[in-house]
Design a protein. Sequence first.
Lengths: 164, 405
Amino acid sequence: MNIRESELPGIGCKFELITRNNEKLVIVIHDDGRRELYHFDSENEESISSISFNDSEARKIAAIIGGMVYKPQALEKIEMAFEGLVIEWFKVEAGSAAINNTIVDLEIRNKYNVTVIAILKKNMKKFFNPGPDTIIEAGDKLVLSGERHELSQLIKSVLSYGGD
Amino acid sequence: MDHLIFEVGTALVLVSIAAILAGKFKFSIIPFLIVLGMIVGPHAPQIGIIDLRFIQSEDIISFLGRIGVLFLLFYLGLEFSIKKLIKSGRNIVVGGTIYILINFGLGLIYGFSMGYPLLEVLIMAGVISFSSSAIVAKVIVDLRRTGNTETELILGIIMFEDIFLAVYLSVVSGLILGDNTSVWGMLASSGIALGYMLLFFVIARKATPLLNKLLNISSDEIFIIVVFSALFFVSGFSETIHVAEAIGALLLGLVFSETEHSDRIEHLVVPFRDFFGALFFFSFGLSIDPFTLGGAVWLTLGAVLITILGNFIAGMIAGLKAGLSYKASTNIGLTIVSRGEFSIIMANLGIAGGLMPMLKPFSALYVLILAILGPIMTKESKTIYLWLDKIFKWSNKNQNQKSGM
């Protein structure tokens, strides 16, 4: 799928993509946080349908489309299989190797091929796409994605108490 | 007794009523505020304690309006970015150049053929050339056309216009406010204005790390005081060397746009721009005697006509060159035709420089017509396209192009 990104000065950013079925979708992200989706068919120059979301609606819908279940805070562990790709929630155990280390020090990406998508701190503060220098503390909930066996490897040795 | 605050308060109540009305009709507030300003004023009645003549407060309202211009142009400067323009690609640069050549050229020809002197013609051509970024962006969002293919090109052309506007305003303000009695004097004045501008470009490039450090203020309170003091001081200083204060504000915005604090300043400035900007449009209307409008009708209608024609042709050429269809290209011209804040700022510059008072009713009437007609034409672009298609048979050509490929 080909995605074309372009700027709309004074309005925001535009993403244009054409699906395998030759349908065109245009996503416009307004600077004020609004999102608009336009659906074009292959013939028409004008959109055949459109919808707009505010910021929080857009995030919820993104989570649904992306295959994550919304509001997973209530649950300790959710898994979703996606052709070998797994997204998992894990609460860092006290006394594990990860405590007070940064993501880059733990080599989560290099060694285990796992990506930290988000961190939910104890005080319910959320960090999406945490940088490599983010420090992991006990009680943090991590949203991780990667291959199933690599994920369990990481959880066993780094995030659980009594790992190496 | 001094009723100054009450008078300003009355003005603000009227301004907000006009703004609400404009919102109800889904129009830009600019024409509403100008009309409002023209209705009230010295010829309006005094109803009980409410004085609609605004005699006492006229000075203060026009001062608040002047601040509005500073914020409007400061914001324009903040948005201004050569980097964005370079990134935007060939179509926009080509389209923007075509647009400016055609419309600025037509403006010059029109002004001269009407027999006006050089400086007046330069202002008129400016009034005619510059689309209203505010109205165009609003109309595109309101009509849900942000996703259309031509929208990118439209906004790109607007951005290109803004950059040309910045340079043009600087040069013209130098000409008008400086010594314009001889050719040498004029060259020197515009030279000073250009040099002043270049100085700011150099500052923007070289002093960014220093400014980053200086502006690294965590307290919002102190930050706003520092930024605004710089804005007023630099703008005021520019005036002393015959560069319009508005240009000072624009150039400072340009310098700040290069710093890492540009987003923060932008967020900070927007409410001030909106509020004082509204007062600017109101005070502009207030300074116009509606009975002088009659004298400018034919001049204005001519200008409106060549604007619509020039914009349409430029949009068509730019669109087709960028590989868009006839229909999308029609949209371009019919969207960028709206006029507003920049036309008034342009005219205001001429008035400040003591040029012919005719510029005022001309620009007011011109903006009133195109701020209202522009969005209507944008909305009805499909009807207009179908109508033109019957004459020019574009849809056949499109078909041929497709089958030919």
